[in-house]
Each structure stands twice: as C-alpha cells, then as structure tokens.
Design a protein around this ligand. Structure first.
Ligand code: URP
Ligand code: ZN
Ligand code: ZN
Ligand code: ZN
Length: 549
C-alpha cells in the first residue's frame, strides 16, 4: 500500500522568511504537503533526519548569466559564458539553489525580442537544466513599436515579466530617452525593470576611449585624468575607471527617470555604499525602489585586483566585474547594513562565468591588446592560451566583466551572514529565496513552504559543529570555470541536502540530480512591482501622473 507521503524531513529547525521553529515537513507529489511538530517516519516512503539543522526553502538566484555572449568592451569584443544551463544549474544545486533566472540578451542588431528568447530557450532545452529556470530579457535596442508589440507576448505567453537595461557598456548602453521609453512600456504591464547603473560615458572618459572635442583647456584635463594616456591599463585599473561615484550618479539618474515615469525599478548588483545611500533615501521618501547586492561586493575590494603575484599581473582579471567592488572594506560594512535594514531586497550571485585561460574568456583582455606590455614578469600558468598571453598584462577594457558565484552564493551568506551573526536566519531566507520569488512572480510556488501551494524545494544544512571546516578550492565546485574569487576562504557549513520538487538532487557531497530535472517557470507579474505601481498611481506629487490617463 502506498504511503501518505513520499518524503518526510524530520528533526530539523524549519526557517521561513517569517518564522523559525522545530517542525517536520512532509512532501507529496513534489509539493510541500504538511508541517507539524511531529510527523511519523512510517507515514512516508522515505525519511531524512535533519538532526537539528536548519531546513529552508531552496535558493532562488535571480541573477545569473548562462550560455550568453557578452560584449563588455569597445569594438564588439565578445566574451562567451563558460557555463550553459547544464553546467551552471549543476553548480547551483550543489550550492543549495533550486531556481535560477537567467538573461536572454538582445544584441543591438537584433530586432525581435521574441526571436532572442526563442533561440535562448532552444539552447536551454538542448542542454537541459538541473534546477528550475526562468528568463529575464535584456533590452539593448528599445524600438517602441517593437516593445508595444512584443512585451505583452513575453509577459502573457512566455511569463517573462522582467527586463534588464544597461546604463553602461558601449555595445548595450541606453540613453536617458531610451530608458524612459522602456520604463513607460514596462509600467503599463508591471514588468519589473532591472537597472545596471553605471555612467557609461564617465567610464569611457576616464578610460580615455572617447571624449569631448579637443581644446587647449580640455586637453589639459585629458592629460591629467585619462588612464590610457598614463599607460594605466592593467587589470587592476578596471576599478579605477569606475570609482563609486560612477555608480552613484547613474543610480540617482535612474531614480529620477523612474519617478518621472512612475515605474518602480530594481537596481542589480549594487556595489557601493554611496549608491546604497541614494537608494535608501529614495525608499525613505516613499518611492518604490528595490535593490540587489551580490557576494563579490561583501567579500572583495580593490585590493583583490592586486592579489596575484604582482599588481601588474593579468591574473587579476579574474576579479574584474562591473560595478567593481569598493575601494576598501567600508563599502562592505555599508552593504551588510543594507542587507539588515531592508535597503536590499534580494541577494543574487550575478554568476558571470568567464574562464581565465579561454580565448573567449578573460584572456581576451590580452588578445585584443596585442602589442603591449612586453617584459612583464608575471607568469600565466595555463595551457591553452599560455603562449599567447604569457608575459603580457593586456588592457582592462577588453576583459569580459564578471565573476562566477552561482554555487558559493548561498554558503557565503550562510557562513559569513547567519553564522557570524550579521543577519538572522529568517532574513537569510528572505534575501536568498522568498523576496526574489515575490519580486519576480514566482511566489508562493517558490520561496515559501506553504502546504499545497509551494514546491518542495529545500536546502538542509549540517547541524552546528558537524561539518569539518575547510578552505574553499575551485575543484570542490561544479561550474565550468577555472577559478573562484573565493579561493581559500573558510567555511564551516555547506548545503548537506538540496531537494528539488521532492527529489533529493544533492546529498552529502554527492550530485544526484540530472539535467532532465529542471522545469521552465512561466512567471506571473511581480507582486511587489504590481503593488508599487498601484501605490504611486494616484499620487499627485509625482511628476507625470497624466502619462497614464
Ligand atoms: O561584471 C558583471 N557584473 N558582469 C555581468 C554582466 C552584468 O552587467 O550583470
Ligand atoms: Zn549588469
Ligand atoms: Zn549580471
Ligand atoms: Zn601571475
């Protein structure tokens, strides 16, 4: 006779974004079926003893780049993500994440967003996915007629209810009027608008790529300011081409534009205290602005861009991401405060996997910058591109931006946030699972443990003191990247079990899932965005209320 439940998790401390307490959890047909102080073991086909450890909703990583070509630098220099849906999601579940939202990216020459999504989806179907998955759309060519035609199809047929816009990257940067065009259309459909806030013109100017017409007066400023003119082009100078004020200005400007349009926005990968302060101020005024930060901004600084061998070393390109981490750890402290006090709504990885020794990875920074920097003493210890990049330092502007982190996101915040007392377990669940599910229209299927409604996606940790502490090495991880920025960091806990819709896909260091396990998630419009749109719709103080009449 078949049993009442498929699986019961016993003796754990169940944590949701609101509550924490000793409960057993029963699972049936991939759903949370029952929570109670005690559920008999023999009521289920199988039992897992959680031994007093935390049992939480599986992680929702709302910011990952997989199977994506990415043009960070000038001149159409294109990097290629080393992870596809198969390898990226494999890494995700080994780190406690059961749902990912990845970016389908429009290139400037592509006219139809629907074509972009269709092609991207084909790739995901071909490789399969270990976790459940959904897409955001990146819009780089915001033709208004196309937006009017295609955004409703994306929302209604694909369940793609969020878009990302860039204020930087030469090949993808939108002007203010283009940002307004998208926000105006997004607002009508309550599409969550994600903003990459960095002033691209300012970066280009500081780098020396372009600038105002020469005059005697301006020329003086150029020679005083530009990194290229001073020969300051090694990987570490990537950060100096983007000091925190670059992010702060764009953040402020995007809020002004969004407020004019009355469109709630979300800032992705916020890296600096000054941008967080601008966001906080706007939230305090009552304008709905959401924000995300990521592990690299809690754990890296400009010093990490000088970490390898010598400050000139090309290997420092491994730490290049945009925005860069802060100059020193004062930004980190401010971001931890923001995670506690609600400035940050969600915590994502921004997993952007470029291999170091790949000609479509970080090595592009040397290959595109052929003749320079002979005589550098820094070794590059990799096989494939060794001969080409050896002894050179390249140019930061050609290096694909981004760091891997899909597998380390949950453990880093658990170890350095929860276990070190910086955030509560409930806040941890909110940041890593519940809030992203709500923000991106997946709640309560994801991000919750509601009987009958929520998928049985769980992460179960080790009981206190049970795991032998270890220093992280890249070979522990399951991504397709040849490094981790967090090499050598110590961990005393890691997900012991990851469960996806009732199936144990990761157990005690063993990968049990398959690329056939993951399902595509058609998302609803965001509960947070919809509520925010309503709350500001009739506010007469907003500048352009008439737009929607
Ligand atoms: O450096 C980063 N963050 N690369 C990923 C692409 C992006 O802007 O999110
Ligand atoms: Zn970005
Ligand atoms: Zn990103
Ligand atoms: Zn080196």
């Amino acid at each position: 006779m078949s049993k009442q439940f498929d699986l019961v998790i016993k003796n754990g401390v169940v944590v949701t974004s609101g509550d924490v307490g000793p409960l057993d959890i029963a699972i049936k047909d991939g759903k949370i079926a029952h929570l109670a102080a005690s559920i008999p073991e023999d009521a289920a086909e199988r039992a897992i003893d959680a031994e007093g450890a935390y049992v939480m909703p599986g992680g929702v990583d709302a910011h990952v780049h997989l199977a994506q070509d990415f043009t960070s630098g000038p001149g159409g220099v294109t990097g290629k993500c080393a992870d596809d849906f198969m390898t990226g999601s494999r890494s995700a579940i080994c780190g406690g994440t059961t749902t990912i939202i990845a970016f389908a990216q429009q290139n400037r020459w592509e006219e139809s967003l629907l074509d972009v999504v269709t092609a991207y989806d084909r790739g995901a179907s071909e490789t399969g996915c270990f976790s459940d998955y959904a897409y955001h759309i990146i819009i780089t060519r915001p033709d208004v007629e196309m937006l009017k035609r295609e955004l409703p199809v994306l929302v209604n047929e694909w369940g793609i209810t969020s878009c990302k816009l860039f204020m930087t990257y030469t090949a993808m940067q939108l002007r203010d009027n283009e940002l307004l065009d998208v926000m105006y259309e997004a607002r009508k459909l309550a599409v969550t608008t994600m903003i990459h806030a960095e002033n691209g013109d300012l970066i280009a100017w500081l780098t020396g790529e372009c600038g105002p017409p020469k005059s005697i007066h301006l020329e003086l400023i150029h020679t005083a300011e530009k990194l290229e003119e001073k020969g300051l082009i090694e990987p570490r100078y990537h950060a100096e081409s983007r000091p925190p004020i670059v992010e702060m200005e764009a953040t402020h400007r995007a809020i002004v534009l969004a407020e004019m349009i009355q469109n709630p926005i979300l800032f992705v990968h916020v890296g600096s205290a000054s941008a967080a302060a601008v966001i906080r101020k706007s939230q305090t005024r009552g304008f709905p602005v959401y924000a995300e930060t990521c592990p690299q901004y809690l754990h890296l600084t400009w010093e990490d861009l000088k970490r390898f061998h010598s400050p000139q070393c090309f290997e420092n390109s491994k730490m290049i991401c945009s925005p860069p981490p802060g100059p020193d750890d004062s930004d980190q402290e401010a971001l931890w405060t923001g995670l506690r006090n609600g400035t940050f709504t969600i915590f994502s990885s921004d997993h952007c996997p470029f291999r170091y020794d790949d000609i479509r990875g970080k090595a592009l920074g040397v290959l595109q910058h052929a003749p320079s920097m002979e005589g550098s003493t820094c070794p590059i210890d990799q096989d494939h591109v060794h001969d080409i990049v050896h002894g050179k330092t390249g140019h930061f502007k050609y290096i694909p931006n981004g760091c891997p982190g899909i597998e380390t996101r949950m453990p880093l915040l658990f170890n350095y946030g929860v276990m070190e007392g910086r955030i509560t377990p409930e806040r941890y669940v909110e940041l890593t699972s519940t809030a992203p599910a709500k923000l991106y229209g997946l709640y309560p299927k994801k991000g919750a443990l509601m009987p009958g409604l929520s998928d049985a996606d769980l992460v179960i940790w080790y009981p206190d003191g049970r795991m032998t502490p270890f220093s992280l090495t890249n070979d522990r991880l399951h991504h397709n990247v040849d490094y981790t920025p967090y090499e050598g960091m110590s961990f005393t806990n890691w997900p012991r079990y990851t469960i996806l819709r009732g199936k144990v896909v990761w157990a005690e260091g063993q990968l049990l899932g398959t690329p056939q396990d993951g399902e595509y998630l058609k998302r609803k419009t965001s509960q947070l965005t919809t509520a925010a749109v309503r709350s500001i719709a009739d506010d007469k103080r907003r500048v352009a209320t008439w737009l929607y009449k």
